[in-house]
Design a protein around this ligand. Structure first.
Ligand code: NAD
Length: 545
């Protein structure tokens, strides 16, 4: 059967209510905007929307027939059963890719994945919250702006940013770089990914060779022109080659799928076409990947020693490099600890909303509301003004904005009333990335170098999921890492549908308020002054033991 992946929309319901219909549309949307939907792959090499096609079809059938007082249970992308619960319970609960600690290795993950017993949900693939590259644009933009403020007087005009990877998440980098005013060079080994980012307007131009790319960079930086340039090549070859020419970028990072050495990162000498034949010997493929990553990270460290601002953008490249023989790879800081932790300590993080009716005007109306209601907030104002001009629509129209405790709830309740009185064309789904204050334990990304040393404590995302299920969220998920992330992370996902009802008011108020309250409490417990300030100023009930 040939599958097609249209973007859903309209007002016609195929399910017994908008809550079920909304979740079904979100599932359809992650495939519509996904990287390889025919394999159910949404992003991050192997992050899947469902375990296999029979599981996918059974999930769709369940959502179409479920009553509001039932709960669908999904285990690693496979529907297991429907439980009779009550109308205030989640419609869907899921656990994706959680292995018992000692068994949580990349090797065990690949074995179980091959045996059809597990699948990796990524962060937002398995729980149907992915909105294409636009989901990560503001995160990358905010990192670049923090770097601009801290190191370059507030502006990246005339600065050269070097990065790699133009996949589902990495594809946001060229636009985020351009929005931050920089000249950004993105190295990508797969010509199809470069073509896709050109088509969607995320990438401005493509160089045919490294020489041409560096010439374009030199011209654009002299002219202080914000522009993004793609180069089809292997980053593990290009980074050392740039270094060998004596060129030192101002900012260096990488967003290749370095976390997955079997289905993601392409070693030197290989291409996306040659790698599948090598998967029969995963150990050899992983060793080749680590050797290439070691070369790339050595070059990144040399750039750092030469004065570049270098950071890890959350793809495990430093951990792979350590295993590949680069013991000082962790001299490169992680973006969370280096730039964004003060925001996370206030539970300010990547909140997002999606028009389930596929109505662009609804997102524009919410933008206008945000500018009016949150106009005093400099981060929000600057972001929304830029986003509404620059961020292309991918799939269902959506917007991301880094909002914190109280702000998310205020926005969602206002939007729910707009749905109720017909100012919006249809319901809106509210969700967020798993990379959020209460929602993620990841000792080499989100929780690296926590002030109290609690980096590897996974209680927080588990508590967050429990709190979300107790707070009437529509979908609650617990994920752990797959591929190279196996054993590295645990996270929680949540979605609430604003369908205009009074019951939705209650769900939004409870779930969104408690999600960020727990995030603030997590950072307060670790001793962050911003979180302690939020506790005091916003009246969050903290127990002192
Ligand atoms: P993806 O699999 O969709 O894309 C990865 C891209 O890297 C592909 O286009 C691939 O061709 C390219 N690539 C692989 N090896 C390469 C090489 N040697 N040289 C040049 N290009 C190469 O993955 P994605 O969704 O874009 O995610 C990228 C990474 O970022 C993942 O590790 C993911 O987990 C991580 N991530 C970080 C954040 C964050 O908040 N910082 C968020 C999401 C994902």
């Amino acid at each position: 059967m040939t599958r097609v992946f249209p973007v859903p929309g309209g007002s016609e319901l195929r399910c017994k209510g908008w809550r079920q219909e909304g979740l079904l549309r979100l599932l359809e949307n992650v495939l519509a905007v996904g990287e390889a939907p025919e394999r159910l792959v949404v992003y991050a090499a192997l992050g899947k929307a469902a375990r296999d096609w029979p599981s996918h079809d059974a999930i769709v059938a369940a959502l179409k027939t479920m009553e509001e007082d039932e709960t669908l249970v999904v285990q690693s992308g496979k529907p297991i059963g429907i439980l009779r619960t009550h109308k205030a319970a989640p419609l869907v609960i899921m656990a994706n890719c959680n292995l018992v600690g000692r068994w949580a290795t990349a090797e065990n993950f690949y074995r179980l994945e091959q045996a059809g017993l597990i699948c990796w949900g990524g962060l937002t693939a398995g729980d149907w919250q992915y909105i294409g590259s636009q989901g990560v644009i503001q995160g990358t933009y905010e990192i670049l702006m923090r770097i601009a403020e801290r190191h370059f007087g507030g502006d990246l005009a005339g600065k050269f940013v070097l990065t790699a990877g133009l996949g589902g998440m990495g594809g946001a980098q060229p636009l985020a770089g351009r929005m931050a005013g920089a000249t950004i060079l993105c190295v990508e080994v797969d010509p199809a990914r470069i073509a896709r980012r050109r088509e969607t307007g995320l990438l401005d131009m493509v160089a045919e060779s490294l020489d041409e790319a560096l010439e374009m960079v030199a011209q654009a930086t002299v002219q202080r022109r914000a522009v993004s340039i793609g180069l089809c090549a292997n980053a593990a070859e290009v980074y050392p080659a740039i270094l060998a020419r004596g060129v030192v970028p101002d900012v260096v990072t990488d967003q290749t799928s370095a976390h997955d050495l079997v289905y993601g990162y392409i070693p030197i000498g290989e291409t996306p076409e040659t790698v599948p034949a090598l998967r029969g010997d995963p150990a050899a493929l992983m060793a080749a990947g680590r050797a290439s990553i070691a070369r790339q990270v050595r070059a990144m460290l040399d750039f750092q020693r030469s004065g570049a601002i270098v950071f890890d953008n959350g793809n495990l490249i430093r951990s792979q490099a350590v295993e590949g023989g680069v013991p000082d790879a962790f001299d490169i800081p992680i973006f969370t600890e280096a730039y964004l932790r003060p925001l996370f300590a206030r539970a300010i993080g990547p909140f997002r909303w999606i028009s389930l009716a596929n109505a662009r005007d609804d997102i524009a109306r919410i933008d206008a509301y945000l500018l009016e209601a949150f106009g005093d907030n400099a981060i929000i104002r600057r972001w929304i003004e830029l986003a509404r001009v620059h961020v292309p629509v991918e799939g269902l129209p959506a917007r991301i904005a880094w909002l914190g405790h109280g702000e998310r709830t205020e926005l969602a309740l206002a939007v729910n009333s707009m749905v109720r009185d017909g100012r919006l064309a249809g319901p809106i789904a509210f969700t967020r990335d798993h990379l959020d204050a209460a929602a993620m334990a990841h000792p080499t990304i989100m929780t690296e170098k926590m002030r109290d040393g609690s980096d590897a404590v996974a209680d927080w995302p588990l508590l967050d999921a429990l709190a979300m299920a107790s707070s009437q969220a529509d979908l609650v998920a617990i994920h752990s890492g797959g591929g190279g992330y196996a054993g590295f992370m645990t996270s929680a996902g949540v979605t609430v549908i604003a369908d205009g009802t009074e019951a939705a008011d209650e769900r939004l108020r409870l779930a969104l308020t408690n999600d960020t309250a727990l995030g603030v409490l997590r950072y307060a417990d670790a001793g962050y002054e911003q979180a302690l300030d939020e506790v005091a100023s916003k009246g969050i009930h903290r127990c002192l033991a």
